[in-house]
Design a protein around this ligand. Structure first.
Ligand SMILES: [Fe+2]
Length: 190
């Protein structure tokens, strides 16, 4: 098992507000992603649980370099790039599989067409969609937790869906596909 906190501590200082937001949020996402994965495993679908837990802990590591004061991040990059920055950080450590999760978790992933249509500052525009089950379950679990209110209980399915409306394109259709795959977290019995 990777020591995710020591990886986080390369970029964040324990005790600081950005560290608190990141670690509380990432633990919430990891716990839900693992629970959803366990349900799939119970249904006979293999999922790499250890990887899911690790990558969920690291998926937002790039946020500190973005300009997002509401979550105590005072970098210079647009917030939409936090996944791509996280990918670069983890690639630099050789964590290429975890890095993909960072890059592909924004919204329900982004297509090149959506990046162009919404004038997102992602260069070059390219498809950044979660592909493996592990990438998808982390992306999905993330949609139930807000970083501006870390520690708050999981959103309802309806609220999670509403929060995605701002992304446009096929975002909601992909969310509904994930609901069909992973189910409503409120129905977890664990
Ligand atoms: Fe997140």
């Amino acid at each position: 098992m990777l020591d995710c906190l020591s990886i986080i501590e390369r970029y964040y200082t324990p005790g600081n507000d950005d560290y608190r937001v990141l670690v509380i949020h990432s633990r919430q996402v990891a716990e839900l992603a693992v629970a959803l994965s366990q349900r799939l495993i119970g249904q006979g679908t293999p999922v790499d649980i250890e990887f899911v837990e690790e990558a969920a802990m690291l998926h937002d590591i790039g946020m500190c370099r973005t300009d997002a004061p509401g979550i105590h991040c005072h970098g210079s990059e647009p917030y939409i790039l936090h996944g791509i920055i996280g990918r670069q950080m983890l690639d630099s450590m050789g964590l290429f599989r975890h890095a993909r999760v960072c890059e592909r978790h924004t919204g329900t992933g982004l297509t090149a067409a959506e990046i162009i249509a919404e004038h997102l500052p992602i260069e070059p525009p390219r498809d950044l969609l979660p592909e493996s089950l592990e990438e998808k379950v982390i992306c999905y679990a993330d949609k139930f937790f807000s970083k501006s209110r870390p520690g708050e209980p999981a959103k309802t399915l309806e609220r999670a869906r509403t929060s995605l409306a701002k992304f446009g394109g096929d975002t909601l259709r992909r969310f509904d596909d994930m609901v069909a795959l992973f189910g409503d977290p409120a129905h977890l019995t664990t």
